[in-house]
Write a protein that binds this ligand. Structure first.
Ligand SMILES: O=C(O)CCC(=O)C(=O)O
Length: 268
């Protein structure tokens, strides 16, 4: 008897690849099958509680959402999905065939209701930013898959993207805009990059955005947490710039080394 295939995401279509290349992001409707979404949501609630804040407070303090790391590629429950995402990342990045996708990180992301008392940071607005500079990597090409684990309307604080902003190069670290925002330093973004506005997701829908694409999200104005699962991937040849990133520990790493296979395995 053949083993049942473990549930994973569907492959991206050519239209989605084209949209991603042109706009820097793409919507992926029905990316995950319902049984996998239900399993992921149950995992998230098991470690974070139904209110999305029973986990330990993350050392990476940011207002966007309350994060909870998972077992990542080492978790046999998650690996088939993470591999499926790696195969898609490879298709989306459109590098030469020798370049695969490398896992970079994955978290459950509960944006907490803005109107409630919360024990965690993570009940704020996701102000517009790029991810690239924060990753401390020597080349772009990386991307984030943002997967809705429930039906999410714009008022829960869903993602918005500035189409074409991935062609503007690096636009600063998100902590450097002070009281203002990215549009103070780069007003041309407003003129040249149409804003998708906050998207509506059905559970299992996803978006994928390049780490150079400017994106943001509003506050969560609903009563409960906004449940999402985020997986990040890079081209397999990325190297560490030597800068201190927020996303990973660099102790023992050598300047310009490739990301190590233990923590950042090639996936797909
Ligand atoms: O979930 C959010 O509000 C922000 C997520 C984000 O910035 C990202 O996935 O790069």
């Amino acid at each position: 008897m053949t083993e049942p295939t473990p549930p994973t995401c569907r492959p991206v279509t050519q239209d989605e690849v084209d949209h991603y290349q042109e706009h820097g992001w793409a919507k992926l409707p029905g990316f995950l099958p319902p049984e996998l979404v239900a399993r992921l949501l149950a995992m998230a609630k098991a470690s974070m509680g139904a209110d999305g804040q029973c986990n330990a407070v993350s050392p990476m303090q940011q207002p966007f959402f309350n994060p909870e790391v998972t077992g990542g590629p080492a978790d046999p429950q998650l690996r088939p999905l993470i591999d499926g995402i790696g195969r898609n990342a490879r298709l989306l990045m459109q590098r030469h065939p020798g370049i695969a996708a490398r896992y970079f990180g994955d978290v459950f992301a509960a944006k907490l209701p803005a109107a409630r008392e919360t024990r965690h940071p993570g009940a704020g607005r996701t102000y517009y930013h790029q991810d690239f500079i924060n990753w401390a990597l020597d080349r772009s090409g990386g991307m984030t898959f943002w997967i809705a684990l429930a039906d999410l309307a714009p008022e829960s604080g869903t993602m918005s993207f500035l189409s074409g902003s991935h062609r503007f190069g690096a636009l600063g670290h998100y902590r450097t805009y002070g009281e203002g925002d990215i549009f103070d330093d780069f007003p041309e973004l407003r003129r040249q990059c149409p804003d998708s506005g906050p998207l509506t997701y059905v559970a299992g829908d996803a978006t994928v955005h390049s780490n150079l694409t400017v994106h943001g999200a509003g506050e969560n104005r609903t009563d409960g947490p906004r449940w999402a699962y985020i997986v990040m991937a890079n081209p397999s040849d990325v190297r560490w710039t030597g800068a201190p990133p927020e996303a990973y520990a660099t102790q023992g790493m050598a300047l310009h080394q490739k990301l190590d296979d233990d923590r950042f395995p090639v996936i797909g």
